[in-house]
Design a protein around this ligand. Structure first.
Ligand SMILES: Cc1cc2nc3c(=O)[nH]c(=O)nc-3n(C[C@H](O)[C@H](O)[C@H](O)COP(=O)(O)OP(=O)(O)OC[C@H]3O[C@@H](n4cnc5c(N)ncnc54)[C@H](O)[C@@H]3O)c2cc1C
Length: 309
C-alpha cells in the first residue's frame, strides 16, 4: 500500500462520518476521514444536544471531539482537506482533494448539509458583521441588543432560544402565519419573554455600512414594507446537501440528496452515502450516527466480498 491508499475513505467529519470511522477502523480497515472544516459538522455549532441517547445533555462541539478521539483511538486517521471530485478506477475509488488524491476500496460519503442563504442585498457583505448562521457562535456578541431570527423550523426555534439568553429581544421573522418547528420547541419559544413573532413577513434587505443596523421587511399579505432597527440577523431557513462533487456520478433526488438503499448503498459498487447528505435522512445526530454505522458495516461486507484474495 502507498501512503495514500486506504481500505475505506470517509468524506466529511460530522456525526455520520465519525461513527463510520469508528466502525471501519475498529473493524481493522485502514481508514481515513477527510474533513474540509471543523470536525463535528453541524453539531459542532450547537451549544446543547439533549436528544442523543445515553448522553442526557452535552455541548455539540464536545460531543464531536469525544467521537473523534474514540474513532482515532482505534486507528482512524484524519486529514483536513476538501474533496473536489470522485472517480471509479477499476474496482477502486480515487478521491481528488485540495491536497492530492486518496485511493479507497470503499468510499463512504458523509458530507452532510449546509445552511441556505436568503439571497438578499446586504446578506453576504454583512456576514460576520451581524449576519450569522450560527447563534451558538455569535449570539454572545449581541448581549443586551435587539436581533432577528429568520425562519420557522426547529433550527430557528433552537437558535432563537439560545440567542434569547444574551439579547434583549429576539424577533422571529417568518414568511408564514405558523411555525413548522416541533411542538416542544414552539411551546418553549412562545413562553420565552424575550422572543417576539412577526408573521407573514420576509427580509428584503440587510442594512448597514460596516455592521448590521436594520432589516428591510415586506409583509407578504399586505405588501407593506418597513424597516426594523436591530444589531444582528440570525438566519435559519433550511439546508442543502454537500453533494456537488458527486454530480452525474450517483442518483440524486430533486434536492440533490444522494439516493441509497437500506444499507446506505448508492447504485455504484463500493460507494456509500450516510447522514444528512442522503435522501430521507431524519437529520439528527442519532440517525446520522446510525447511518454511518450501517454504511461502515456494508462497506466491510463489500470489501470482503470484492477484494477476497
Ligand atoms: C443549529 C443546529 C442544531 C441542531 N441540533 C441538533 C440536536 O440537538 N440534536 C440532533 O440530533 N441533531 C441536531 N441537529 C442536526 C444534526 O447536527 C445533523 O443532523 C448532523 O450533524 C448531520 O450529520 P452528518 O454527519 O450527516 O453531516 P454534517 O454534520 O453536516 O457534517 C458533514 C461534514 O462534512 C464536511 N464536508 C462537506 N463537504 C466536504 C468536502 N467536499 N470535503 C471534505 N469535507 C466536507 C463538512 O465540513 C462537515 O463537517 C442540529 C443542526 C443544526 C444546524
Amino acid at each position: 500500500m502507498t501512503e495514500r491508499e486506504y481500505d475505506i475513505v470517509i468524506i466529511g467529519g460530522g456525526p455520520a462520518g465519525l461513527a463510520a470511522g469508528l466502525y471501519a477502523a475498529r473493524g481493522m480497515h485502514r481508514t481515513v476521514l477527510l474533513e474540509k472544516g471543523v470536525v463535528g459538522g453541524q453539531i459542532s455549532l450547537t451549544e446543547l444536544v439533549e436528544n442523543y441517547p445515553g448522553v442526557p445533555t452535552v455541548n455539540g462541539f464536545d460531543l464531536a471531539q469525544t467521537m473523534l478521539k474514540q474513532s482515532e483511538s482505534y486507528g482512524m486517521e484524519t486529514e483536513y482537506v476538501e474533496v473536489t471530485g470522485v472517480e471509479q478506477v477499476g474496482k477502486k475509488w480515487v478521491v481528488h482533494t485540495s491536497e492530492g488524491d486518496f485511493v479507497a476500496k470503499a468510499l463512504i460519503v458523509t458530507s452532510g448539509a449546509e445552511y441556505n442563504k436568503l439571497g438578499v442585498p446586504g446578506e453576504e457583505r454583512l456576514t460576520g458583521k451581524g449576519v450569522s448562521y450560527c447563534a451558538t457562535c455569535d449570539a454572545a456578541f449581541f448581549r443586551d441588543m435587539d436581533v432577528a431570527v429568520v425562519g420557522g423550523g426547529d433550527a430557528a426555534m433552537d437558535e432563537g432560544l439560545f440567542t434569547s439568553r444574551y439579547v434583549s429581544k429576539a424577533t422571529v421573522i417568518h414568511r408564514r402565519d405558523e411555525l413548522r418547528a416541533s411542538r416542544i420547541l414552539q411551546d418553549r419559544a412562545f413562553a420565552n419573554p424575550k422572543m417576539e413573532f412577526m408573521w407573514n413577513t420576509v427580509v428584503e434587505e440587510v442594512l448597514g455600512e460596516d455592521q448590521v443596523t436594520a432589516v428591510k421587511l415586506r409583509n407578504v399579505v399586505t405588501g407593506e414594507t418597513s424597516e426594523m432597527p436591530l444589531s444582528a440577523v440570525f438566519i435559519f431557513i433550511g439546508q442543502h446537501p454537500n453533494s456537488g462533487y458527486l454530480e452525474g456520478l450517483v442518483e440524486m433526488d430533486a434536492g440533490k440528496h444522494v439516493i441509497v438503499d437500506e444499507w446506505m448503498r448508492t447504485g455504484k459498487p463500493g460507494l456509500f452515502a450516510a447522514g444528512d447528505v442522503r435522501q430521507n435522512s431524519a437529520r439528527q445526530v442519532a440517525t446520522s450516527v446510525g447511518d454511518g454505522v450501517t454504511a461502515a458495516i456494508a462497506a466491510d461486507h463489500y470489501i470482503t466480498d470484492t477484494f477476497r484474495e
